[in-house]
Design a protein around this ligand. Structure first.
Ligand code: C2E
Ligand code: MG
Ligand code: MG
Length: 755
């Protein structure tokens, strides 16, 4: 997964969370709106219900007062010509019928009769005030009591009807007053009075009668409007509401208004004109918390539902967020981390390198592309786990030793890539890095030394393509030969051509092996005393389909680098064995043939078993095959290598140490390793032929080798003088162009074996 993919994934999960939050916000808003709408709907519903209740109670009150009025009116008609006893009787009957508490009769003289009996009270003023009333034509007057009546009865509502003479003059007035407190205390008003207050108010706003106030409702003021204002919190009663009230009342309409009290309660004021009465209005004030009490359970259910939905949504969003975060981390890990070392990977390196180069244009930077020489051997000999620890140790030690502006990542297998600051400390730090990794490996019981091969590319332009720079470093690395002493190569333009050749060889090697393009040439080993062929060395040549012949120096180092040499060496060994078996079967007398074995081959896990298999397959007699092993294999893991040599020895093959004298040869090796032959390198021999001290050393070495019971073969003998000189050193067998160049196998057979 690339960085871009990762960014896309992260963006899509962020988008998803944003969409989720938006949905949550919409849900919460809808929930709040729903609760609000529901609350208002219920409130309006309850307000209407209450108002309906008020209207029906108002009608009841009206009909009660009207029935009182009818009683008083009837009485007035019947008492016109009656004597005192008759009046008394009729009043008593009316009182029984109407349940009026008291009925008064007052005549023009101001004589007042209560419940049919004359009182000692005489009030001309009361008569005058009562007779001033504008009595309705066929109904009694029901309305505000004149002041004198109020003073006498302490009641503010009066029901009065004139007792007329035959010529329609007023003889007297029958009247009664209503104790509204008692009326309001009756069951008919209990709904209103339990949570509020009932009032009778005059059209002008004068409070006529009130029930006892319940709850927070207690309007106790001369003027009803002022009483309301006094009750309100100053904001809760709008001017508009009061205007509505005044308008409705003067137009004899019913309605209701709402206000908030100073204590924060809501009041509903329902009003309806008392139609049978003179300018009286019936008012109910109702504490709105009853509404709340009714709608609270519903609102609670709604709020609870909304809250549960919200919590569930938040929980799911959190879950989505957490999952997205986790998968982002996983994606990031996959995109940028190397699972083996726990460090970063190539994707990350690219981004890091580009950013570092852009941000630090003046910083001298250098790219190291490196791997571990013969890592396959470490893997196979010490197991994947320990080999992985080596890889991890590389990243860990790098992180410890280098700054945060530098980075090392594993690309794959044992391939590493580092971006470093090219300053004076670099070489020292690289040495420390090398030592630290080797120390860790030793700590993990890995005896094989960790040797890095570094391909180096110094960054010239910070805005160059990073992949090209990495490739250049790789080209440089590929130029390092597997046995080269110097393990560093810095990129140069000429490497590109070399790399093309390497690529060409690598691309065609497998096919060439399958199509037998690799041919075994043989070079004689010559006994200079008896002057005869005593053996041969198999030397491989790559004969291309076009007839051109490549020598081993052109491809062996490449195969040693890429591991293909193992296949080639086995192919050579098998070819030699096969040919030898054919010749033996044909009755041809064969000579021992030596086959070169690369260093890598010896590190291959099933090496000894494979050699044994080939020898057995072709039934090769003991001593007919000699394996040439270059002395440098003992540079690392000497004990393990000696053990392998010993096992080979048991198979009955001859063993020779090739290239003796090229490395740091130790004479101890001669006693430690059971070789049959020591091959003294041509170069060494050439030097000793001209140089006296070297000549002496060679003579002594040959003497020692012979003394230890081993055979000496001197390579690179090119002329007779050399042969004569070698004769004086005690060396018997030689190999060189003087006797024969390496020739194709058939030619060798005809020349030296078929006589
Ligand atoms: P080597 O095993 O030391 O083989 C001897 C080399 O010396 C051969 O080179 C041979 O041709 C060359 N030589 C022989 N006589 C003379 C002489 O008088 N003068 C000079 N200057 N050179 C002489 P060649 O065949 O080019 O092989 C080079 C190396 O390639 C071999 O060195 C050996 O290490 C390697 N090699 C050849 N064939 C194989 C193979 O099948 N497997 C492996 N692993 N390595 C091989
Ligand atoms: Mg050799
Ligand atoms: Mg040699």
């Amino acid at each position: 997964m690339t960085g871009k993919d990762k960014v896309k994934t992260r963006a899509s999960s962020t988008g998803f969370i944003k969409a989720g939050l938006l949905v949550l916000l919409i849900c919460v808003s809808l929930g709040i709106a729903m609760v609000y709408i529901q609350q208002n709907t219920y409130r309006t519903q309850v307000s209407h219900e209450f108002h309906q209740q008020h209207l029906s109670v108002g009608e009841y009150l009206n009909s009660l007062l009207v029935s009182y009025g009818q009683g008083i009116m009837s009485l007035a008609w019947t008492v016109s010509d009656a004597d005192e006893d008759t009046i008394q009787a009729r009043i008593s009957t009316t009182m029984e019928l109407t349940a009026l508490e008291h009925i008064y009769y007052i005549n023009t003289d101001g004589h007042l009769m209560m419940d049919g009996k004359l009182t000692d009270r005489s009030s001309v003023t009361m008569f005058e005030e009562l007779s001033d009333i504008n009595f309705p034509r066929n109904n009694a007057y029901i309305g505000l009591a004149p002041a004198s009546v109020r003073l006498y009865t302490e009641r503010r509502i009066v029901i009065a009807a004139p007792v007329r003479t035959a010529d329609l003059g007023i003889r007297g007035i029958v009247f009664s007053t209503v104790d509204m407190r008692k009326v309001f205390a009756s069951d008919a008003f209990s709904y209103q009075t339990q949570k509020g207050q009932c009032l009778v108010v005059s059209e002008t706003g004068e409070i006529v009668e009130t029930s006892a106030g319940a709850g927070v409702v207690k309007i106790d003021h001369e003027s009803f409007q002022l009483g309301l204002l006094e009750h309100s919190d100053g904001k809760g009663l709008s001017k508009r509401a009061l205007q509505d009230y005044n308008y409705d009342v003067t137009s004899r309409k019913s309605g209701f208004i709402n206000l908030t009290t100073a204590d924060g309660y809501r009041l509903q004021v329902s009003y309806a004109p008392l139609t049978g009465c003179d300018r009286l209005v019936f008012v109910s004030c109702f504490q709105d918390n009853l509404v709340d009490a009714r709608i609270k359970p519903l609102i609670f259910t709604s709020v609870l539902t909304c809250s549960i939905i919200t919590v569930l949504m938040i929980a799911s969003l959190f879950l989505v967020w957490a999952t997205a975060k986790r998968s982002n981390l996983t994606v990031e890990k996959l995109a940028y981390e190397d699972p083996v070392t726990g460090g970063k990977n190539l994707n990350y390196f690219r981004e890091f390198a580009i950013n570092t180069m852009i941000a630090n244009r003046e910083l001298p930077l250098i790219i190291y592309r490196f791997d571990i020489a013969n890592f396959r051997y470490i893997n196979e000999s010490y197991g994947h786990h320990r080999a992985d620890m080596v890889l991890k140790s590389c990243i860990d030690n790098f992180t410890k030793l280098f700054s945060e502006r530098e980075l090392c990542v594993r690309m794959d297998a044992d391939q590493f890539l580092a971006l470093l600051i090219n300053d004076s400390l670099l070489d020292k730090k690289m040495d420390e890095f090398n030592n630290a990794v080797n120390a860790d490996a030793r700590g993990n019981q890995i005896k094989y030394p960790i040797r890095f091969k570094y391909g180096i590319y110094p960054v010239k332009k910070h805005d160059h393509d990073i992949d090209v720079m990495i490739d250049h470093a790789n080209v440089a690395k590929k130029t390092i030969k597997s046995d080269a002493k110097d393990n560093k190569a810095t990129y140069s333009e000429r490497f590109v051509d070399d790399m093309r050749k390497v690529d060409h060889i690598e691309n065609s090697m497998q096919k060439a092996l399958a199509e037998n393009e690799f041919k075994v040439y043989l070079q004689t080993k010559w006994d200079i005393h008896e002057n005869k062929v005593t053996g041969a060395e198999a030397l491989v040549r790559w004969v291309r389909p076009n007839g051109s012949v490549l020598g081993p120096e052109q491809f062996v180092p490449i195969f040693e680098n890429n591991g293909f040499i193992e296949q080639l060496d086995f192919y050579t060994l098998e070819s030699v064995c096969m040919r030898m078996r054919e010749m033996m079967d044909e009755g041809i007398e064969v000579v021992p043939v030596s086959v070169n074995q690369s260093r890598l081959l010896l590190h291959s896990p099933d090496y000894v078993e494979n050699v044994e298999k080939v020898l057995k397959q072709y039934n090769i007699p003991a001593g007919a095959i000699e394996l040439e092993i270059t002395e440098s294999v003992f540079d690392t893991e000497k004990e393990e290598m000696i053990a392998i040599i010993r096992r080979l020895k048991l198979l009955g093959v001859r063993l020779s140490m090739d290239d003796f004298g090229t490395g740091y040869s130790s004479l101890n090796m001669l006693t430690e390793v059971p070789f049959d032959v020591i091959k003294i390198d041509g170069g060494y021999f050439a030097r000793s032929a001209i140089d006296d001290p070297e000549r002496m050393v060679l003579t002594k070495i040959v003497e020692i080798i012979n003394g230890l019971g081993m055979e000496v073969v001197c390579e690179g003998v090119e002329n007779e003088a050399q042969v004569e000189y070698l004769k004086t050193t005690g060396c018997r067998t030689v190999q060189g162009y003087y006797f024969s160049i390496p020739v194709p196998e058939p030619e060798f057979i005809t020349r030296y074996l078929q006589k």
